[in-house]
Design a protein around this ligand. Sequence first.
Ligand code: GLC
Length: 401
Amino acid sequence: MVFDNKFGMFIHWGIYAQTGIQEQVYARFDWDRERYEALRETFNPVNYDPEKWVLLAKEAGMKYICFTAKHHDGFCMWNTKYTDYNVMNTPYGKDVLRMLADACERHGMLLGLYYSNPDWNHPLGYNPNSTHQWKAVDKETVDTVGYREYVKNQITELLTNYGKIYTLFWDIPPRIDDPSLNELARRLQPGILINDRGWDKGDFSTPEREYRAAEGERFTRMTEACNSLGRQSWGYRENEDFYSYRHLVSSIDRIMAMGGSYLLNVGPDGLGEITEEYASRLRRIGSWYNRMEGCLESAEGDSFDYSVRHDPCIVNRKNGKIYFHLYNSASSSAVDIKYFPHKPTRVRLLNTGEELAFSFERLPEFFNGKTGRAEQEYLHITGIPIDELSVEAVVIEIEIE
Ligand code: GLC
């Protein structure tokens, strides 16, 4: 199965960005309501220029953006008529989602929306079936039906007023089955892809952070993995503990080679800027991603047992070419493939774009334990400048006759 998978930018941005702590600072550090909600009185992101965000995503090879329209705090980043707790009622006073949607449209960037089911501001936001309810306004009143009306109204605004919407990212499963919400979304945006954290199973799965399960196996369902550039937070964090370049590139290569999309998150600061700390990391990852020449997108799986030696490897195919993804880099300058049932005509290292030498050879390292002789011919690919590439997923393209 070929999935139309893509590399995308997750953006967590809300009034919490001003604190430089975390998107759930309200709960994690148990702020009182007054203190938290006062953040809207100072929200004035004068440096907000969504054009810059979109161009940065584009530069990194990303094809879509997923933006937090509403996070658990309940604060709405668009001009909604269903609550005053929204961006129009801040010193900034502009519909930041509208500005982002326009910038995406101008640059052919797809736009997805994140919407949190937990809502720490709406009077009916409490849902005893679900998690992340810490700051719910009223834990006595349970009216998830009433709350669902609010959600439907807001989803209608979001999916009507902001042009074409590519994905809907519900967050935190409500553990209430109500297909009418996704039906509404599909009616308003035919073709929209909906995740599995909402009111029914949706279209795609959402492994988060350190996804390890079924490593190397191809996804059987449409999947979008997500992770943030930093460990502690999705929203802007001063002194964030950033993941290494190696760690993220390896994870992106692995997930995408398995057929998944990858949503990599940044947290713009309280003034609206993706600071250099975040942006430079993204650019570096993008420089690797762009060298992969699109081989991670819409490829098909290859289940043949090639028995690649030494390094974990995922194999896929696109346009008749075969790609070997050594997602944890390679441990030596050669790659040895035990079974290769085709005739290679050209082998290229995508990291550098250069051709690599190859031959079918008996190698002294691989001998028959009984005879002591090297009997099997391996496809032996050599000349990988491995000391320069030890921090990158190494990808080898093989053209065959
Ligand atoms: C978790 C967190 C939330 C974040 C989300 C991203 O659900 O609670 O803060 O937005 O992951 O997938």
